[in-house]
Write a protein that binds this ligand. Sequence first.
Ligand code: ADP
Ligand code: ZN
Length: 737
Amino acid sequence: MSKYARVIVDQSGGNAFDYEIPPALEGGVHAGSRVSVPVRNRSKRATVIELLDHSDAEGIRFLEAVIGERPVLTPVLIRLARWIAEYYCCPIEPAMRAVLPQVIRLGEVRRKTQLFARIVRAPSGEELDRFDEKAPKQAAVIRCLQAARAPLPIALLLKKCAANHQTLAPLVKKGFVAVEPEQILRDPFGDEKFLPTDNLVLNEEQKLAAQAVAEAIQARGAAAPILLHGVTGSGKTEIYLQAIQSVLRRGQTAIMLVPEISLTPQTVERFKSRFAASQESVAVLHSHLSGGERHDEWHKINEGRARIVIGARSAVFAPLENLGLIVVDEEHENSYKQEETPRYHGRDIAVLRASFEKCAVVLGSATPSIESYHNASTGKYRLLRLASRVDDRKMPLIRVIDLRQEGAQPIFSGRLCAAISARLEKREQSILFLNRRGFSTSLICPACGYVCQCPNCSVALTFHRAASRLVCHICGHTAAAPAKCPACADPKIRFLGTGTEKVEEAVARLFPKAVVRRMDADAMARKDAFRETLNAFRTGKIDILVGTQMIAKGLHFPNVTLVGIINADLALHLPDFRAGERTFQLLTQVAGRAGRGEVEGEVFVQSFTPFSPSIQFARHHDFEGFWQQEIEFRQKWDFPPFTHMALITIRSANQTKASFSAETLGRRLKEVLPPTTLLGEPAPAPLEKARGEFRFQIMLRAKAIVALSRRLREVLDKLTFPEDVIVTVDIDPYQLL
Ligand code: ADP
Ligand code: ZN
C-alpha cells in the first residue's frame, strides 16, 4: 500500500505537496482522485497526481478526505498536464485546470434530481375499497401509479390526480408508496429524437483512406498520425463516422474534435443520428453548455456511459478510457490554440495524447496547416488524399474581381451584383462573406482627420448601426456616435469602411424582395439565434445570408450556388508571418460553401490585391502550389515549422513600468540565452494598448523549444516584477498582435 499522496492544491502557486494517507482511507486514494487536504489552518481541495511509498518532505500532514467515488483523471491525463506545464512554460496548477473542468473541480453543481413515487405494496381489494370510501384522492394516486407500471415524478403524479403532498404522506407512512429521488440527466439536446442513418457506400478514394485509417486503428499506436487532406465536400466526415463505428465495435472509445465555430447543431445531429440505431450515447462538450449540462456530460463520459465525445478544443481532455481514435477535423483552425494560460494547441495535444494512449489519430482538413503538411512531407505523418468531391461534383468556379478598377469603392462590384440577381431569379441561395462585424470600421473627420479611438485600446471604434453605438472590438467599450467632430466640431464627420451590418443593409436596399439575414457575433448573441437562422437558411426561407467566419466553416447547404467574398484583403496585411496562410485557408473554406448540391457553384472574390499568391492559388484550388511557395518563404526566414517561436508579452496599465520591466527581462534573457534565440530588442506590441494596458513584446526563437521553455521558467521565477505588471509566455504563438 502506498503511504503518501503527492497532490496539486487548487488555486495554489503550483508546487506539488505530499500528504500521508490515513489508515481509514487506505486503498481509497488513487492517482487522479480529488481530495481535501489541510493547508495551514484551512482545508483545501486538491488533485492527487502520484502515490508514493516514501516522501522526503518535512512536516507531512494527513490527507483529510477523498471527494467523489472515482478518480477524475486518468494516468494519461495527469501525464498530459505535466507535459503541458513543461512545454508551454507554465506552472502545473493551471495545466491541471485545463484538463479538469471547473464544474467538476468545484463539484458545486449537484446532480439534478427529481422525486419519484412508486408502489411498494399493492393494496388489497378491501383496502382499495376503503380508500375509495374515505380518501378518494389517495385511491386515485394508487390507481394512477398502478396504471403507469413505473415510478412517476411526483409533480406529475400529483397534478394528474389533483392531489398534493398531504395526500401522499399517509400512503408513504402506511408502506404502500415510496418516494425516492432519482437523477435526471440534463441533455443539451433535450428530448430531440434523432432519426438513425445508415453508412453511405464509400467511393474509391474514400475506401482507400478508410482502409488506411482502419489499419492505424488496428496498429494500436504503432502507426504514424494520419493527415487526411480532402477538398471541401470530399466526404471526410463520412470516413470519420465509419472509423468511429469500427472503434466502438472493438470495444474502444473515440474523441472527435471540431472547431467551436463549426460545432453546429448540423454536425452534432449528423453524429447523433448515425449512432442512434446502436443506442450509443454521444457526449457533447463545448463552451456554450451550462455548468449543469457540462457537469452531466462529463460524468456521462467518466462513468463510461458515453463512448463517443464530440467537442471543441478542451474535449481533447475528455476522461475516456481505452481510446481507439482521436479525430481533429479542420486541423488548421486557429481556434484549437487556447489564448489564455495554459496556451496549448488542441491539435498538438491530440497527437500527443494519441501517442500516450497508443491509439490512432486522424487530422483532417481541406487546407492543412503548413506545420502539419510539413510533417507529412517529412514522413512524420502519413498523408491521405481525397482529391475530388463526392459524386464528382465540380469545385466551384472562382472569379477574382479587381476592386481597383471598380472606382468609388462600392461594396458590390457590378459583376457580383449581377450574379446575386441571377440567383434570386433562379430561386437559388447566396452567401456574402465579410470578416468584420459592425456597420463601418471607423468614424473619421474629413476636416481635421480625427478618428474616434477607444480610450482603452490602440484601435478605432466600430460603428454598430443596430445598437446605434460605437463599439471597441477588443475590450467592448461603447460610446455614443458624435454628431460632429469632437475635435474641430465639423458636422461632416463620417463613417469609413464596411462591416457586415452595412453589407446587410446595402444588399437589402439593392434587392428589396429578397429575404436577407445576417449571421455574426452581434446577430447571434441570443442563445437559439444561430440554430434558428441555420434552419431557416437550410429550408430555403432565406435568400441571402451575410456573415463573418461564422458561416465559413463546415456548413453544408446544397442550394447555395453563389458565394461573394466582399473583401479578401482583410487578413492579408496583418504583421504576421501566417497572414498568407490564413487568407488562403479562409478563401478556400468560404468558397467551399458554394455548389455542394446538384448545381455548380460560383465564387466571386473582391480584392485590391488580386495578384497576391494566396488569392491566386486559392482561385485555382491549388493547395500544393500554395504550400510550395509558402514553405520556401518559411525556410528562407527561419519561421515555423523550421523553428519554434516563443512570445513574451509584458503588460501594465503603467506604461513606464511595462517598458522598464520589458527591458529588464530582455537584458536578463540576453545574458542567459544563446544570441540567435532573441529576435530583436523588447518592443511595443503591434497592438500597443489593449483593455487599458500598455503592451510590450519579446520574441524568441529556438529549435529545441523544451530547453528554451525551461530556461525561460528559471529566469522568470528568479525575477520579480512590480505587482501591476503581468508577464505571459506563449509557446508556438498564433496571435502575434
Ligand atoms: P467533408 O467533410 O469532406 O466536407 P462530407 O463528409 O460532409 O465532406 O460530405 C459531403 C456530402 O457528401 C455530405 O452530404 C455527405 O452525406 C455526402 N457523402 C459523403 N460520402 C458520400 C458517399 N460515399 N456517397 C454519397 N454521398 C456521400
Ligand atoms: Zn477598447
